[in-house]
Design a protein around this ligand. Structure first.
Ligand code: ZN
Ligand code: ZN
Length: 239
């Protein structure tokens, strides 16, 4: 049904393919056409059961995870960080498509329900410099939708100190250095949770992209230092 008043008043192009999305085709409150939305149904390849890396010749666990010990138990990534998922995350974080947070929440919810039912989510906090500049917390925004559309408890336990650099600009070793001491438990929450003895025993860290695992490893280490026993990772994409 093309050319209605609504189309004319609120025209919108699909963020991925650029096609116009007409009102009778809208699939949610975000700019994705039905065809592009269907690209995110499944990726179906076998992945490492620790870090979610796509496996080629290895069985079960990738060669990196065989030699590395992380402080989190395992990470589940929804998709490899390439093609449509990469483009969508970039649009979300750097081009101001904040409405995609609902789409990401809709993708994450069934995976959380299947993999980590009832385990509270802890968002990986943004760099304070980024928050100051953009006023937008990409992961926090997704968590907001997750607790709204699902029965997920979100506990924003962690905070991030100023002065850390953007992880994507750094090498593996620099990433590890960069996130050391970058994360800490928010003092007001620590006090309240320990007083009420309500610190969750298991938690799931939520982040956008898993690259070397340095961020999740550091965050998990901090949470375990507070008495959390098991930490998992849930990420949109595996780079
Ligand atoms: Zn499209
Ligand atoms: Zn692995």
């Amino acid at each position: 049904m093309h050319g209605t008043i609504l189309d004319i008043l609120c025209p919108e192009r699909c963020i991925l393919c650029g096609e116009w999305i007409y009102w009778d085709e809208r699939t949610g409150d975000y700019p994705l056409c039905r065809g592009c939305k269907a690209l995110f149904l499944t990726h179906g390849t076998e992945t490492c059961r620790v870090c979610s890396m796509e496996l080629t010749s290895e069985l079960g666990i990738c060669t990196v995870c065989r030699e590395t010990s992380f402080s989190f138990k395992r990470n589940v990534s929804l998709f490899p960080y390439r093609t449509h998922m990469k483009e969508l995350i970039r649009s979300y974080k750097s081009k101001g498509y904040e409405r995609l947070s609902l789409f990401f929440a809709e993708l994450l919810l069934p995976v959380w329900e299947r993999e980590f039912p009832r385990i509270p989510l802890v968002p990986v906090p943004p760099r304070p410099e980024r928050m100051k500049k953009t006023g937008f917390d990409p992961i926090g925004q997704i968590c907001h939708h997750l607790s709204r559309i699902g029965s997920i408890e979100v506990v924003p336990l962690l905070s991030r100190s100023t002065g850390s650099k953007e992880q994507k600009l750094l090498s593996k070793q620099e990433r590890e250095e960069n996130v050391k001491k970058a994360f800490f438990v928010r003092p007001e929450l620590r006090h309240r949770l320990s007083k009420e003895r309500k610190l969750p025993l298991s938690i799931v860290l939520l982040d956008d992209v898993f690259t070397t695992g340095a961020t999740l490893h550091q965050c998990a280490g901090v949470l375990k230092g507070e008495g959390v026993q098991e930490v998992y990772g849930l990420t949109l994409a595996r780079d």
